[in-house]
Design a binder for this molecule. Structure first.
Ligand code: LLP
Length: 431
C-alpha cells in the first residue's frame, strides 16, 4: 500500500524511511504512519464530490486516531472533523483546527462538553436524543447563543461486512428512531426553538462495511423522510450526513471499495432520489475514520521469547500486544505481518504472535506464515492505523508506544513514548 515497500538493504521501507532504522531511532513498539497514503485517501473522498459538483464535507472521525499532528494533517487536507468527547474537542482546539469545521457527536454529551462546544463556536452539534435537545436548549438560553444542529436518526438498517439486515425497529443506543415518530417529535421540538439552526439529518450504519447497499438504503429512507418533512413541516434539510464506516483491507480476505467508489455510488443514489421527489440537492456529509488512517499505520515490534507446544503450535512473543492494539482481543480482528528486517524471506512455518500482557487472550495474530526467526528480528504489523493507538491503554502498566509520521524519506516524532514517570503522573501516595 502507499509508499510501503522493500529497500536496497532488503528491509521494509515506509514513506521512504527504513523501518529497521525507525525502530533503532525511536524504539519499539512503534506506530508508523505513511502520511502520503493518508493524504491520498483524504483526496480520494474529496475529489469525487468535487468532480461531481456536489457540496460536501468530509469529516475525519477523529476517534480512529486523534493526536495534534493528525488533526493538523486533516486540516491541511481540507477535511472537517468529527469529535465525540470533550477530550477529542480539546485536542482539536489545541491543534488549531478551525472550530467552524468541527462536528460534535455522542449519545451522552455532558453539560460541560456542550458548553465547551458553544464557547468554541463549533460548526454543528449532532443531537442524539431528547435529553440532549433539552440540555442544549437550556445552555443556548443561558449563554444566549445559537447553534447549528443535525438530528441523528437510526434508519433501521444494520450494515455488516457482507450482508445487511433490515430491522423495522432498530435496537441501538444512538439517535432518534426514524420509523416510530421519534424523529418527527425531535424535529418539531428543535424547530420551535429559534436558537437552533436545524441543518438536517445524520445517520451512521456501522463500520468496516464493504458494500454500498447499506449506505444507499439509508439514503433512501432519510431522503424520503426529508421529502415528507418538506411537505408537512415546510422544513427543507440542507444536509444529509451518512456517517462513516467505509471498509479497508486488513487481510487478503477483505475486499473493500475505494473511497471514490463508495462516494460516487452514494452521490448517484442521492441524485436519483432528489429527482424523484423534486427536491433541492442537499449537501452530503460523510465521516470516515478507519478508511482515512487505517491502512496508513504499521506497528513495529521487537520479537522476543518463543514457546513451542509440540504438535500444536509455536508462540512468538512481541514487546507489545493488547496494550497497544486491543482489536484482536476485543473483536477477533485479523492482521497481516512480515519481518521488517527481511520482508521477502520465504515463510517456512506458521507461528502465533503473542503479546506480553498477563492475559491468555493477548494474541495479535494466529498462524502467521513467517521465516525462521532470530533474536533481534522485527515484526511489522500492517493496517493498524485506525483504533489502534486511539484504543491503547496501560494494562499491566505498559507505557504506550511512540508514534512517528513518515513522508518523503523523513520521519517526524508526533507522539512521544510514554515513560514510567508518565504512568505515575496522576497517582497520589497514601501518606
Ligand atoms: N461516525 C460515527 C457517528 C461513528 O460512530 C463512527 C464510528 C464513525 C463515524 C467512523 O467510522 P469508521 O469510518 O471509522 O468506520 N473501535 C472499533 C470501531 C468503532 C467505530 C465507532 N464509530 C474498531 O476498532 O473496529
Amino acid at each position: 500500500y502507499g509508499t510501503t515497500g522493500v529497500n536496497g538493504k532488503g528491509n521494509l521501507e515506509i514513506g521512504g524511511v527504513d523501518a529497521v532504522e525507525l525502530a533503532e531511532q525511536f524504539g519499539t513498539p512503534l506506530y508508523v504512519y505513511d502520511v502520503s497514503l493518508m493524504r491520498e485517501r483524504a483526496r480520494g473522498f474529496k475529489k469525487t464530490f468535487e468532480e461531481q459538483n456536489v457540496k460536501a464535507q468530509v469529516a475525519y472521525a477523529s476517534k480512529a486516531f486523534s493526536t495534534i499532528a493528525m488533526l493538523q494533517l486533516a486540516e491541511e487536507e481540507g477535511l472537517s472533523l468529527d469529535v465525540v468527547s470533550g477530550g477529542e474537542l480539546y485536542t482539536a482546539i489545541a491543534a488549531g483546527f478551525p472550530s467552524e469545521k468541527i462536528h460534535f457527536h455522542g449519545n451522552n454529551k455532558s453539560r460541560e462538553e456542550l458548553e465547551m462546544a458553544l464557547d468554541h463556536k463549533i460548526g454543528c452539534i449532532v443531537v442524539d436524543n431528547f435529553y440532549e435537545l433539552e440540555l442544549l436548549k437550556n445552555i443556548c438560553l443561558e449563554k444566549n447563543e445559537t447553534i447549528s444542529i443535525l438530528l441523528r436518526v437510526t434508519p433501521g438498517i444494520e450494515a455488516h461486512t457482507h450482508d445487511y439486515i433490515l430491522t423495522g425497529q432498530e435496537d441501538s443506543k444512538f439517535g432518534f428512531d426514524l420509523q416510530n415518530g421519534q424523529a418527527e417529535e425531535a424535529l418539531k421540538t428543535a424547530l420551535r426553538f429559534n436558537h437552533f439552526d436545524v441543518l438536517g439529518l445524520h445517520c451512521h450504519i456501522g463500520s468496516q462495511i464493504f458494500e454500498t447497499t447499506g449506505f444507499l438504503l439509508a439514503a433512501e429512507k432519510i431522503v424520503a423522510k426529508m421529502n415528507q418533512w418538506k411537505n408537512s413541516f415546510n422544513f427543507e434539510a440542507k444536509v444529509l450526513n451518512l456517517g462513516g464506516g467505509f471498509g479497508i483491507r486488513y487481510t487478503s480476505e477483505d475486499e473493500p471499495l475505494l473511497p471514490s467508489q463508495y462516494v460516487s455510488e452514494i452521490i448517484k443514489e442521492v441524485k436519483r432520489l432528489i429527482e424523484q421527489y423534486s427536491m433541492e440537492m442537499p449537501e452530503i456529509w460523510i465521516e470516515p475514520g478507519r478508511s482515512l488512517v487505517g491502512d496508513a499505520g504499521t506497528t513495529l515490534y521487537q520479537i522476543g521469547s518463543s514457546k513451542e507446544v509440540p504438535g500444536v503450535r509455536k508462540y512468538l512473543a512481541v514487546d507489545g500486544g493488547m496494550s497497544d492494539n486491543i482489536r484482536p482481543a476485543l473483536y477477533q480482528a485479523k492482521y497481516e505481518a512480515v519481518l521488517a528486517n527481511r520482508p521477502l524471506a520465504e515463510a517456512i512455518e506458521k507461528v502465533s504472535i503473542a503479546g506480553k500482557c498477563c492475559e491468555s487472550g493477548d494474541m495479535l495474530i494466529w498462524d502467521l506464515p513467517l521465516p525462521e526467526t532470530e533474536d533481534d528480528d522485527l515484526l511489522a504489523v500492517f493496517c493498524t492505523g485506525a483504533y489502534g493507538y486511539s484504543m491503547a491503554n496501560n494494562y499491566n502498566r505498559i507505557p504506550r508506544p511512540a508514534v512517528v509520521f513518515v513522508e518523503n524519506g523523513k520521519a517526524t516524532l508526533v507522539v512521544k513514548r510514554e515513560t514510567y514517570e508518565d504512568l505515575l503522573r496522576l497517582d497520589l501516595p497514601l501518606k
